[in-house]
Design a protein around this ligand. Sequence first.
Ligand code: MN
Length: 389
Amino acid sequence: MKNIAILGSSGSIGIQALDIVAKTKDKFKVCGLSVNSNITLLKKQIKQFKPSIVSVATKEDAEKLLIWCRNNKLKIKVVYGIEGLKHVASIKEVDTVLFAVVGFACLEPLLAAIDSGKNVALANKEALVAAGSIIMKKAEQKKVKILPVDSEHSAIFQCIGQEKKKFIKRIILTASGGPFYKYKGNLNNITVEQALAHPTWKMGRKITIDSATLMNKGLEAIEASVLFGIPVDKIDIVIHPQSIIHSMVEFSDGCVMAQMSNPDMRLPIQYALSYPERTDCYIKPLNLTEVAKLEFYKPDFNKFECLKIAYSCAKKGWTMPAVMNAANETAVKYFLGGKITFCDIPKIVKQVTDKHKIIKTKNINKYIEADNKARQDALKIIKQKIGEI
Ligand code: MN
């Protein structure tokens, strides 16, 4: 039995993780949960999984939830805010913490989990993109594992297996291509609804937009570079619409390893939680004759400018990926709110990153400052666009 805590239990990854816990009886015990604002779902999860600590965003929600717990005779500690997240991330009896929250904001709780010696199942890519080298270094010092939940990185992790890093020639990151890789019309007319209709993966709103702009793949190239210590120019992207191969690793002798399954996030989540063991399968078994065809295409870096920006920022390194990520998070938020167009996203990210002067530092606070500043810069550009200044 493994003790786990889940940060972001009401999101897409969190819900699927709890589905695995429920199905694989006696494998996992849930000790801690956190949500932002979906208290209704949290209450259901508390009744079903009986965690000892839960965290919510605000003091007000925490107080209300505590009364509800007492009325239901549940002995649960209720915490809140960023301190609450840090608390759930470092519960004494927990072995593995699943980070299923979106955005750079999870950095502090992530560092808290590593500091208290927890293995981390990481579904959050923004923290790794923005402050990857600091996170990986701390994990190494504390001898904890960062287990990727992102399907591509779980695939790469499995393809590498016990091989030595010096034998890795190239990482081939597969991309579904999102809804628009074949789209011939004007990308600027894309509506939020169109961008949210992903062909193969059902995911949260932020990552679905990132998948449509292909920024997601840019973030993932940086994520892979950080996780596996491989420079981005050794990471290639190939569009693979069927999403059966989740990524590949080419070795120095020319051998290419691929990891395959039907697209179902429960597999990488389950593997990160059960590692180094494997648990029984609850996803649809792969039937290759049914799939019949696996296709591969080159991504268009001119059509999807976010890819170009991401590779360029990755090569510049230091605070640049943090700035890129912050500008992108801000732009996506305003696109989802209907305030800016689809093509404004790369434009805003480019303007903010072009302006940024790289800081070569290992001080985490400088990355947080760069992130804050980039969000303000992005917001300024957005407000000018929508005429609120
Ligand atoms: Mn992915």
